[in-house]
Structure formats: structure tokens, C-alpha cells
Design a protein. Structure first.
Lengths: 315, 535, 140, 217
């Protein structure tokens, strides 16, 4: 079943979406009926038995209960919820059992961005690229607090825990891009911990994988660094307009001294930037929390060089 | 013309000490009433700030960190300082002894201690706000709560202390109901509000200690790094969630059960009809209280708990829907062949039926495994719980306040303004929160300081709704306070109701009844009695 | 107010009952400690808890008068046990069954696992069915 | 206040009760409900106790070897004895043997203090060895995953229990004072009875803590 955008649900983009939507809409209609009964009862009795001023106030009918009625309104809801339970359970199982041929991508959540590691060694930040029509299994874990991986269009969500793997899978139906949200509260940047899922045709995916591991090699270091600054999520915390966000602004800082929490100052040079990226807690800028994640293992040497060159160029 | 009795509990003794150290359950009820109203006001101001920030994407009013603190404080204040004590500690305290014909609760000193402990707990919460406040969400999930720089300790300590105030109230009520009833008032001749309080008290006593130990462990986690919940130390953050929800799911029924009790009173009084299915309603309160302990895992469907546990929790969750439905339909059936009038309390009772049904039915959505995976931690959940908590509990509370206001103060509020305020609240509420069902199912995550442009129109609409609601509450505040001194004297029984509290004067004397009352008719015998209305 | 008619006339137990109970408690304590020195495998803890339950029952029923008092007190006390059992039971249903579908999601992460570096990873680089005793060492 | 004795008139009957029996039963029921909350307060720790040994049975087994069974057994005897003397104190006051009752209360207090002294020695030994909870754990002699968790659980459970012993001691002290002032008698001994219930519960919890922590295998 193919679903398109409706009042309540965004367009479904995965094979499971149709099944979730079917149950969702079953619940919507069943609820409308139930609610309708309650509303109709209220309106009808309210109008029919309304007491106006001046009417005689006589004792009312001594109805205390009615076993048949009470059984009816206990049993019908019971049947309904049993149906909903089994239906929901059935779809839930499908969401949990990964097809054998699923390809595996590793996901790391950390404050406040996502890293995706592909089988062939490529990695991306905040953009998950997957082939259409192939089941994809995500093996997820967090480096700090709990995050949650949510793609509304796919109707999948799973918490991403520190020190444990959790699994989620889906099969995207056709090419397109979808939003990816973090839905477990994780601090300052929680609402900007968003990314995209880009679904590409299978052939294109293979090509992408090949180039992904060495994109930018054709660019000048500054340009490459500019790209990385966005794609590796530096922008989430560093502004380039002199505003302090989570971290200090990085425009026009190169070559200038900066005060540290530990007392003392350092001059921002190539080495300091490199250290900031790899061991951010080593020297923390005064007035900021030590929350910058380490990029050890995420960035390759060439990428760090590019970033340094870029920051240097921001005079 | 009605008059105010010369000697009543309000003027029996004078001076602030006679209030702050009173042992009279009615005065303690009034103290609680003002305290929780203040908490509601503060929580409401935070709510308005939330809605202002969410008027449009990006920064409007505050930084992300500030926003995170604002919604945490909104949630924590509304839950721990307002809604948990609201009906039981304020209205329950005032009414329970009167409804069962007793002079006071079983342990008046414990009752006073409960209020003082509440104040102490609130002070810690305020200290926490002053010391940089908390940004964890009201759920304090680890490991975030163990590593954030904000003052989690004093807030959790406050919550720990507030728990005791809740336990004291519950313990007191159970004993009072068991031991202090008027001879002749058997269990099944008690007003249903008393049944509601009884079921609530059971949960308060059984569940709240677990909140206590959870908060203690969380504090130890922060100060001593004991590592039970901290994954870096071999602990398990999901275990924390079990601890938290073992309390906090039953707690949502601490919020709703007394509200349901009020609704039973209101519907039968304003339909002037015997309540339909008394026993069924009484037993379903107990059933809800019991089942509430079996379903906490439905908050954790995507937390990484085992699939088996999720499945069982989902199944048990649905069972709660059945006794709730029984109540709804019994209330409807009570209206059948009644003599219905639409004073403000009845309007709130009908709002309750309307809104709680929506809130409850959307709870069924969330209980369904596959659907909750999509809806969890989105605005759909936010809408669900505001529909049950505001649309359910707060509506019942407002209905109860208006219903018993003349009993507390001996004076009537302005019926005209009350109806206008009720209309504002009802319309504003639906504007604010119905939109959030749509937002949520569209994928808008909760606890977001900013959002994607596509959600903007609905968010803006929701914010406008919150202003409409605020106008309603401001009007209400004005006419209610005005009426305390200026209202028309109400007489003993302004609504013509049959429960015992209406047989004493308004306001009642210190020990509730001038003469020990006799149990002469059941609380809902409208087929035999036509009590006279005093207004 | 007349004092005599409805006062709570104390329910006094004979001294022997107290002394007998005390003796039983001491003997059971000795027994349980001695049993603990015998290796019964998993049964040690079961026996120890069984003995403890008997002791607790003795304290509750006799010292705390549950046997003689109104039964509602016994109900209250048992409610505590029942709800505690629910708490433990339903929690274990999660913590013990996390590996039902994929063992990997039950085990703590080996900090040296491929997850934490960027080298290529496939399912087989991470042991799928490690022993359930969580032997993987956690570095602090 | 001033050691003045109450007359036979039930001065202890609060105005809102209609008869002493109702008051006494209310108090008792309140107390039982309070004990119920205590059970669930400890309950959280029992859950932690079940979950972690189930995950790491070997570690728990190895770690528990580092507790001193003899001291644990000694303390069990001490606490049970104090429960017995508490029960006997109540029995004596029921029979209006006030002096005997007072003597039993004093012994109960002393036993409670002895319990804490033994605990003190156990604790200081552990602190000395670095067998401490969580991040303070520095001991190295225990095999298995996360041995510090055992000590987190151990200290949380015995610590909370110890706090209860302290609280119990102050209540017993208070009842002792009231008995000496002659405020309690066979007519009215509710405070002592309530204290007894509390004290027995503290004993009962120890009865479970002892095998769970000291006698795993
Ligand atoms: C007053 C408080 C209150 C009440 C009464 C309820 C009532 C219910 N709640 Fe709700 N809930 C909350 C407060 C409350 N809740 C809060 C605060 C949260 C979020 C906490 C957080 O994360 O911050 C939450 C979250 C929450 C979740 C977790 C969502 C998530 O995070 O993913 C779930 C999932 O199952 C749920 C389910 C239910 C159900 C099934 C009921 C049922 O009791 C409802 C029963 C009522 C009805 C069903 C309607 C009447 C019945 C009929 C008209 C008959 C016909 C019925 C049928 C056919 C079934 N609730
Ligand atoms: C009882 C509980 C309760 C109540 C009553 C409310 C009431 C309201 N809530 Fe709240 N809410 C929660 C409990 C409650 N909420 C919880 C638990 C959360 C989750 C927090 C978390 O994620 O951790 C939450 C979260 C929450 C969010 C989501 C935030 C996010 O996820 O980012 C939003 C957003 O719209 C919101 C809005 C509102 C609004 C507009 C109201 C309005 O109804 C408020 C109306 C009230 C006023 C406008 C006050 C003004 C009153 C007067 C002026 C009266 C006059 C004075 C006297 C009578 C003394 N709430
Ligand atoms: Cu990551 Cu929220
Ligand atoms: Cu719940």
C-alpha cells in the first residue's frame, strides 16, 4: 500500500509505512465512532432532559443500573482493544525482524550530530545515503547521552544508547530526501540534531560510495574545509558571524590570543586548532562548557588540514 | 435571603499563625488550594513562554538552553507542585471528612505536616530555579541528568520531599475512610468522590516511595557516581526509566482518579439523578488503580527494552481503557431521564467528558506498539497528555472549585463571568492542543526549541490558542477572588445536592457539623428526595 | 466518656511464645549461615531466601501481631510484597530478555569494538551471540 | 512537659475520635501503611539487587566473598535480639510493669547501638581497602565485570538500612522518655506499639539483606 501525505501523516517513504498508517487510520476511525457516541449522548440527553426554570422539580427516575447495557459497553471496547493489540504487535514484529539480506550501516549519535559509517569505509555526518528498494539495517550507539533516531517518513524510531547497540531497519521505496530527527532530549543542541536521509537509486548508490570516501580531493583545502565545516556539523555549535552559540565563533580568530578556563591564554594557531578538534577538552576556552566532542576517528588528517586552512582563511 | 453563619471555620480564630499552624482539615485544604493555584500560575507563565518561543522557528525570545529550562520547569511544576496535590490535597482535604460525616481526618498533625513538607519541597524547587535551574525535562532521564551542569540535585531533592507530602495525604485518607465514617455510611453508600480519593490514596502510598528511592539514587549518582544508572560505569540508563515510570505511570492516575470522582458528583447533582452504575464506577476506580501498576513500560517502547516486555506492557495498557470507558458511559447514562441544568460546574463536567474521551482514546493510539513507534516523543504525546491532564484533571478541578466554592466561602461567584471564562478556556484549549495532534503525527518532535518551517502555521495557531486560554484563566481569577468577599451569600445547599457536606452551613463550623449528622439517605437518592436549593 | 467499655484491652501473649519465636529465629540464623558454606550452586541463594522468608514471617506474625490483629493489616503488608514482586518481575522481563531477537542489543559495548573507530564494519566483526553473562569488559 | 501524670481520663483521646479503640486502630493502620511505603522504598534497591546479579552472577559471587560473614551473622543476632527485647518491652507495658518495660527499652537501644558499632567496623574496613561504591572504588582484587556495582548496591542498601536504625533509635529514645514520665500504661501504649512495629520492620529488612549480601553461595 502506498501512502501519500494526509492531514495527519506525512507521505510514507518506507515499506512499513503503509502498514503503520493502516492501523493509525483504523484507530482514527474507531475513535471517531467512539467519540461520536459520547458526544451524541451528551448533546441528546442535554437537550432532551434539560430542566428549565419554573418547571416542577419532581423526583427523577430511580434507574440504578442495567446489566445488559453495562456488559455491552465493557465487551465491545474489549474486543476493539484486543484487535488493536494484535494488529499493533504484528506490525511491531515486522519492524523488529531484519530481513536477512539487509545492508548494514553504523550510526553514532553524539551531542549533537549523527555519524554514519558505511561498509566500504566511507563516513558521513548528518546525511545518511541509502539505496532505494534495499533493506537497510542500522546498528546504532551513542557516545554520550541517549539520543533517538527518528525518520517520520519511514515511521521508524529507536533510541540510541551509550554503551549498547540498538537496531532499526527499513526499506526506502523510492528516491527522495527525508528528515531525520533526534527525539530523545539530549541538551542544548537537541533541536538542531537533525539530518537528512537521501535515498538514491541502487546504481547511483554504488557510485556514491566509491566517491564518498574521497570527495573533495579535487577542491582547494579552504573550499574543502568550508564544506566539511557544514557536513561535519561544526556549524551546529560555531557561528561565523561572531556570535557565540554553543561554542565560540570561529571567524577572525586565527592568530589571536584566547583566554582559557584553566587560566592563561594561547594563541590560536594551526596546532591549537588541531588540538581543539582532536582533544577539545585539553584546553577549554573561558566562558564555555567543555562540551565539544572529539573528532578523533571521525576526521581524517586531510580533512583536519582542510578545516584548519578554512578557519585560517576566515579573517 | 441567605446569611453567612456568624461563627465558621474561616473566622473561628484569627491571625496568620492560626492559619499556618491550623489542624483543621478545611483550613489546610484552603492553604493547599492557594499554594497549588500559585504553582499553576507559575507553571502557566512558563507555558506561555514556551508557546511564545514556538511562535515561529528560530530564536524568538530566548536561547535554546533557556527554553530547555523553561519546559522542564513547566513540566516539573505542573506535575509535582500543581496537579499531583491539586484535587486530593486541596479539595479532598476540605471535603473528605465532611462527606463521611467526620470531624476531621484521622491524623490532623500529619495533615499539617503534609502541607509544610509540600512548602519545603517547593522551596527546594525554587532554590533550584535560582541556582540556574534544570534542563532535563521533568523525567530526569539519565545519563543526561547525571552530567548536565544545571542544578539537578536541589530539584530532585525537592521532588523527593514533595513525595512525602503526597504519601502523608494518601496515608491519612485511607485511614480516615476506613475508620472515621459516620455509622450507617457503608462502603457502598459513600459518595463516589470518596471512592476516587480512596483509589488515589492507594496509588500514592504504593507508588510514591519508589519515586523517593529513584530520586535518592539519582542524587547519589551525581554526587557519588554509584553507577547504577550510568552506562559508563556499567549501569543501565534504561533501568532508570523503569524506576521512574514505575512511579510516574501510576501517578497519572493519581491525577485523574480524583478528577473522575468529582465528575461523578457533578453529573449526578446537575442531572438530579441517581448515579448510573454506582458499583461499577467504584470498582473501576480500584481496577484502574491496580492495573496502573502493570503498564509503565508503555513509555519505553523505543527505549531499547526487550521486545517481550514491550509486548506485554502494550497488552496491559489496553486493559486500562476498559474501566475508563465504563465510567464514561455510566456518566452518560446518568444524564438519561435526568433533570439537567447547565450551571458552570456542569459545563466543566461536560468539557471533561468531551476532552477526556479524546485524550483517553489517543492514549490507545500510543499503547499500540507499531503506532507508538512513530508517535513517541512527538507532539502527539504532548497533545495526548494535555488532553487528559488539562482536559481531564484540570477541567474536573475547575468544575469542583466552582461547585464547592460556595461551600468554602459561603458566597457565590458570578455565574455570568464564569460561563464566559469557561468558554474561553474550552475554545482556547482545543485550539492549543488539537493542532498538536496533527503536528505530532506529522513528525514534529517534542522538547524542540526550534523547528522546520513546514510546522510553522500549526505552531502559531497553537500559540494563539494559549493566549485565548490565558484570557479565560485571568477572567476566572478575577471573579473568583472578587466573590470571596463580595459574592452573594449562598446558603447551605446552593445546588440542591444530597451528599453530606451540603447539610452543614456554608462555610462550615470548625468541626464541620453543629450537630453530629445522621445518615438518612444515600448520596444520590434523587428518586426519593428533592432537596431544596438555597439559591 | 466512659473508658471501660470500648478501650483496646491489650492482647497479651504468653512469654513462652516470645521466647520460642526468638529461639527459632536464632536457630534459623545459624542454619542459614551453615548452609551457605555448603556449595549448592544456584540453590544457595534460594535456600537462604526461603529461610529468610520464614524468619520474616515469624517476626511479622508474632512480634508484629499480624496473626492476632485485624486481617486488614496483613492485607496491607502483603500488598507491599505483591507490588514489589510486580516491580521486580516486569523489570526482569526487560532486563533478562533484551537479546531475544538480536543478542547484540543485549550486551554492553566493548569499547574497542569497531563501533568506535571508522574502519569498515559488518555484522561479523561484532560477535553476534556473546555469552549472556556480559563478560565483555567495560573500561571506565 | 513537666513530668505531670495524666489522670485516668483519656487525655490521649483526640477530639475528633469518638472512642479510644477507634483512635488506637487508626494509629495502627496508619503505621502499617507507613511500613508499606518503607517496603517499597527499599523495593527500588531490591530491584537493583535482582537486576545486577542476574547480569553478572560471577562478579556478585566473587565480590560478596569480601564481606565478613561472621560480622554479618553477629549483627543478625544483635538485631534479632533487639527485636525480641522490643517485643518484650511492649508486653511488659501491656501488663503495666513499667520498670521492666523501661529496662527492655534500654537494652533494645544498646543492641541497636551495638549493631551500628559493628557496621562501623565493617564500613571502615571497606573504606580502608577502597571497596567503595561507584567512582570511589579503587580495590583491585575482584574478578568480573564492574565489581564496583556490588559495592554501590551494598552501601546503598546497608546505608539506607543504617539510617533507619538511627531513626528507630531516636524514636525508641523518645518512647523511653515518655514511659519514664509515666505517660504510657496498659490503657494507652500506642506510641510504644507503633515504635515496635517500626523496629520489627527494620529487623525484617535486615533479615533479607543478610542472606542477599553475605550468603550468596
Ligand atoms: C492524567 C493523566 C493521564 C491519563 C489519565 C492517561 C491515560 C492514558 N494514557 Fe497517558 N500519558 C500521560 C498522562 C496520562 N495518560 C502523560 C503525562 C504522558 C507523557 C509523559 C511524558 O513522556 O512526559 C503520557 C504518555 C502516555 C504513553 C506513552 C507515549 C509515549 O511517550 O510514547 C502512553 C502509551 O501507551 C499512554 C497511554 C495512555 C492510556 C492507554 C491511557 C488510558 O488510561 C486512557 C483510558 C481512557 C479512554 C480509552 C477513553 C474513554 C473510553 C471510552 C470512550 C470507551 C471506548 C474505549 C475503547 C474502545 C478503548 N500515555
Ligand atoms: C498539569 C499539568 C500541565 C498543565 C496544566 C499544562 C498546561 C499547559 N501546557 Fe504543558 N506540559 C506538561 C504539563 C502541563 N501543562 C508536562 C508534564 C510537559 C512535559 C515537559 C517535559 O517535556 O519535560 C508539558 C509540556 C508542554 C509543551 C511542550 C514543550 C516541548 O516539548 O517543547 C507545551 C507546548 O505547547 C505545553 C504547553 C502548555 C500550555 C499552553 C498550557 C496551558 O494550559 C496553560 C494555561 C495556564 C495559564 C495560561 C496560566 C495563567 C493563569 C492565570 C492568569 C490564572 C489567574 C490566577 C489565579 C487563579 C491564581 N506544555
Ligand atoms: Cu540528540 Cu536529542
Ligand atoms: Cu503511562
Amino acid at each position: 500500500m502506498d501512502t501519500t501525505a494526509t492531514l495527519f501523516l506525512p507521505p510514507g517513504g518506507s515499506t512499513i509505512a503503509g502498514e503503520v498508517d493502516a492501523l493509525f487510520y483504523f484507530l482514527v476511525y474507531a475513535s471517531i465512532v467512539m467519540f461520536g457516541i459520547v458526544l451524541a449522548g451528551m448533546i441528546f440527553f442535554g437537550l432532551r432532559y434539560r430542566h428549565r426554570q419554573g418547571d416542577a422539580a419532581a423526583p427523577t427516575a430511580g434507574i440504578s443500573h442495567n446489566t445488559k447495557l453495562e456488559l455491552t459497553w465493557s465487551i465491545i471496547p474489549t474486543i476493539l482493544v484486543v484487535i488493536v493489540f494484535f494488529w499493533g504487535f504484528n506490525v511491531y514484529l515486522k519492524m523488529n525482524v531484519v530481513p536477512k539480506d539487509a545492508m548494514e550501516i553504523k550510526v553514532t549519535g553524539q551531542k549533537w550530530f549523527w555519524t554514519f559509517d558505511y561498509p566500504e569505509g566511507a563516513n558521513t555526518v548528518n546525511e545518511l545515503v541509502i539505496p532505494a528498494g534495499k533493506p537497510v539495517k542500522l546498528l546504532m550507539s551513542s557516545k554520550d547521552v541517549i539520543h533517538s533516531f527518528f525518520v517520520p517518513d519511514f515511521r521508524v524510531k529507536m533510541d540510541v544508547l551509550p554503551n549498547r547497540y540498538t537496531i532499526v531497519w527499513f526499506e526506502a521505496k523510492r528516491e527522495g530526501t527525508h528528515n531525520l530527527f533526534c527525539t530523545e532530549f539530549c541538551g542544548t543542541g537537541h533541536s538542531s540534531m537533525i539530518g537528512t536521509v537521501r535515498v538514491v537509486p541502487e546504481r547511483e548508490y554504488a557510485e556514491w560510495l566509491e566517491t564518498a570516501s574521497n570527495v573533495g580531493s579535487d577542491l582547494a583545502p579552504e573550499q574543502y574545509g568550508e564544506r566539511l565545516f557544514v557536513s561535519k556539523a561544526c556549524v551546529t555549535c560555531h557561528s561565523l558571524e561572531g556570535k557565540s552559540v554553543v561554542g565560540p565563533p570561529l571567524n577572525g580568530v586565527f592568530g589571536k590570543p584566547v583566554a582559557l578556563t584553566s587560566g592563561g591564554t594561547v594563541i590560536i594557531d594551526e596546532n591549537y586548532i588541531r588540538e581543539s578538534i582532536l582533544e577539545p577538552q585539553a584546553s577549554v576556552v573561558a566562558g564555555y562548557q567543555p562540551v565539544m566532542p572529539t573528532y578523533q576517528g571521525i576526521l581524517k588528517d586531510r580533512e583536519i588540514d582542510a578545516l584548519v586552512a578554512y578557519i585560517k582563511s576566515l579573517q | 435571603m441567605n446569611t453567612i453563619p456568624e461563627k465558621n471555620f474561616l473566622n473561628a480564630t484569627r491571625g496568620w499563625k492560626s492559619w499556618l499552624f491550623t489542624l483543621d482539615h478545611k483550613r489546610i485544604g484552603v492553604l493547599y488550594l492557594f499554594s497549588i493555584m500559585a504553582a499553576f500560575l507559575v507553571g502557566g507563565v512558563f507555558a506561555i513562554l514556551i508557546r511564545l518561543e514556538l511562535l515561529g522557528p528560530g530564536r524568538n525570545l530566548m536561547e535554546a538552553d533557556t527554553y530547555n529550562q523553561v519546559f522542564t520547569l513547566h513540566g516539573a511544576i505542573m506535575i509535582f507542585l500543581f496537579i499531583i496535590p491539586s484535587i486530593p490535597a486541596a479539595l479532598g482535604n476540605f471535603l473528605l471528612p465532611q462527606m463521611i460525616g467526620a470531624k476531621d481526618v484521622a491524623f490532623p498533625r500529619l495533615n499539617l505536616a503534609s502541607w509544610w513538607v509540600y512548602i519545603l519541597g517547593s522551596i527546594f524547587a525554587v532554590i533550584s530555579i535560582a541556582m540556574g535551574s534544570v534542563d532535563t525535562g521533568w523525567t530526569f532521564y539519565t545519563p543526561y541528568a547525571t552530567e548536565t551542569q544545571t542544578s539537578v540535585i536541589s530539584m530532585t531533592l525537592g521532588v523527593f520531599i514533595l513525595g512525602f507530602s503526597s504519601i502523608f495525604t494518601g496515608l491519612n485518607f485511607i485511614v480516615t475512610i476506613h475508620k472515621m465514617r459516620l455509622p450507617g455510611q457503608t462502603w457502598f453508600r459513600m459518595p463516589l468522590f470518596v471512592w476516587g480519593l480512596y483509589a488515589t490514596a492507594i496509588i500514592q502510598v504504593l507508588a510514591t516511595p519508589v519515586l523517593g528511592i529513584t530520586m535518592v539514587l539519582l542524587i547519589l549518582e551525581r554526587v557519588a557516581g554509584i553507577g547504577i544508572f550510568d552506562p559508563a560505569m556499567g549501569g543501565d540508563p534504561v533501568l532508570y526509566q523503569h524506576f521512574f515510570w514505575f512511579y510516574s505511570h501510576p501517578a497519572v492516575y493519581i491525577m485523574i482518579l480524583p478528577g473522575m470522582g468529582i465528575i461523578s458528583e457533578l453529573i449526578s447533582t446537575f442531572s438530579k439523578k441517581r448515579i448510573f452504575g454506582y458499583t461499577a464506577i467504584a470498582y473501576s476506580s480500584l481496577a484502574i488503580a491496580f492495573i496502573s501498576f502493570l503498564v509503565w513500560g508503555h513509555h519505553m517502547f523505543v527505549s531499547g527494552q526487550s521486545q517481550l516486555a514491550a509486548t506485554i506492557f502494550s497488552f496491559l495498557t489496553f486493559l486500562v481503557g476498559i474501566p475508563s470507558g465504563i465510567k464514561i458511559f455510566n456518566w452518560l447514562a446518568t444524564m438519561y431521564k435526568g433533570r439537567i441544568t447547565f450551571e458552570t460546574p456542569m459545563l466543566y463536567a461536560l468539557s471533561f467528558l468531551f476532552l477526556f474521551t479524546i485524550g483517553g482514546l489517543t492514549g490507545i493510539f500510543l499503547g499500540a506498539l507499531a503506532v507508538d513507534i512513530h508517535l513517541h516523543d512527538t507532539y502527539f504525546v504532548v497533545a495526548h497528555f494535555h488532553y487528559v491532564m488539562v482536559g481531564g484533571t484540570v477541567m474536573a478541578f475547575l468544575g469542583g472549585i466552582h461547585y464547592w466554592w460556595p461551600k468554602i466561602w459561603g458566597r457565590m461567584y458570578s455565574e455570568f463571568w464564569a460561563k464566559i471564562a469557561a468558554a474561553f478556556v474550552f475554545v482556547g484549549f482545543n485550539m492549543t492542543f488539537f493542532t498538536q495532534f496533527i503536528l505530532g503525527s506529522q513528525g514534529m518532535p517534542r522538547r524542540y526549541y526550534t523547528y522546520m518551517d513546514q510546522y510553522q502555521p500549526l505552531h502559531a495557531f497553537s500559540s494563539v490558542g494559549s493566549w485565548v486560554m490565558a484570557v479565560g484563566f485571568i477572567i476566572m481569577g478575577v471573579y473568583l477572588f472578587h466573590s470571596i468577599k463580595r459574592g452573594r451569600p449562598a446558603g447551605n445547599n446552593p445546588w440542591g445536592a444530597l451528599t453530606l457536606e451540603w447539610e452543614t452551613t456554608s462555610p462550615p463550623p470548625t468541626e464541620n457539623f453543629v450537630e453530629t449528622p445522621k445518615f438518612s439517605h444515600g448520596p444520590y437518592d434523587y428518586d426519593k428526595n428533592v432537596p431544596e436549593r438555597t439559591i | 466518656m466512659s473508658q471501660q467499655n470500648k478501650t483496646n484491652t491489650p492482647h497479651v501473649l504468653p512469654l513462652q511464645v516470645y521466647l520460642g519465636t526468638a529461639a527459632a529465629l536464632f536457630v534459623l540464623t545459624v542454619v542459614t549461615v551453615m548452609v551457605s558454606f555448603v556449595d549448592l550452586g544456584g540453590w544457595n541463594i534460594v535456600v537462604a531466601l526461603a529461610v529468610a522468608s520464614v524468619k520474616a514471617a515469624a517476626v511479622g506474625l508474632i512480634f508484629m501481631h499480624l496473626w492476632f490483629d485485624r486481617k486488614v493489616f496483613l492485607v496491607i503488608f502483603l500488598a507491599g510484597i505483591v507490588f514489589l514482586t510486580i516491580f521486580i518481575g516486569l523489570t526482569m522481563l526487560d532486563t533478562m530478555r533484551r537479546g531475544d531477537i538480536y543478542q547484540i542489543s543485549a550486551d554492553p559495548i566493548h569499547k574497542n569494538a569497531a563501533m568506535y573507530d571508522t574502519t569498515a564494519v559488518t555484522t561479523d566483526t561484532i560477535p553476534a551471540a556473546a555469552d549472556s553473562t556480559h563478560s565483555a569488559a567495560n573500561e571506565k | 512537659m513537666d513530668g505531670h501524670e495524666h489522670s485516668a481520663h483519656p487525655a490521649h483521646l483526640a477530639h475528633h475520635f469518638s472512642e479510644p479503640a477507634q483512635q488506637a486502630e487508626s494509629a495502627k493502620m496508619g503505621m502499617w501503611l507507613f511500613l508499606l511505603t518503607e517496603v517499597l522504598l527499599f523495593g527500588g534497591l531490591f530491584v537493583a539487587y535482582t537486576v545486577f546479579p542476574a547480569w553478572n552472577p560471577d562478579m556478585f559471587f566473587n565480590a560478596h566473598k569480601h564481606l565478613n560473614v561472621y560480622l554479618g551473622t553477629l549483627n543478625t543476632f544483635v538485631l534479632i535480639s533487639s527485636s525480641v527485647t522490643m517485643a518484650l518491652a511492649i508486653r511488659s507495658i501491656q501488663l503495666d510493669r513499667r520498670d521492666v518495660s523501661i529496662r527492655y527499652l534500654v537494652v533494645t537501644l544498646l543492641l541497636a547501638a551495638a549493631f551500628l558499632v559493628v557496621k562501623y567496623f565493617e564500613y571502615s574496613h571497606k573504606i580502608h581497602l577502597g571497596q567503595l561504591p561507584g567512582k570511589f572504588y579503587t580495590f583491585t582484587g575482584i574478578e568480573g565485570t564492574n565489581p564496583h556495582v556490588f559495592f554501590s548496591v551494598y552501601f546503598a542498601m546497608t546505608g539506607l538500612h543504617g539510617v533507619h536504625v538511627l531513626a528507630g533509635m531516636s524514636v525508641i529514645g523518645w518512647v523511653l522518655m515518655r514511659t519514664r514520665r509515666g505517660e504510657l500504661s496498659s490503657e494507652y501504649y500506642t506510641p510504644m506499639e507503633m515504635t515496635g512495629l517500626y523496629w520489627h520492620l527494620v529487623d525484617m529488612i535486615w533479615i533479607f539483606l543478610f542472606p542477599l549480601l553475605y550468603l550468596i553461595g
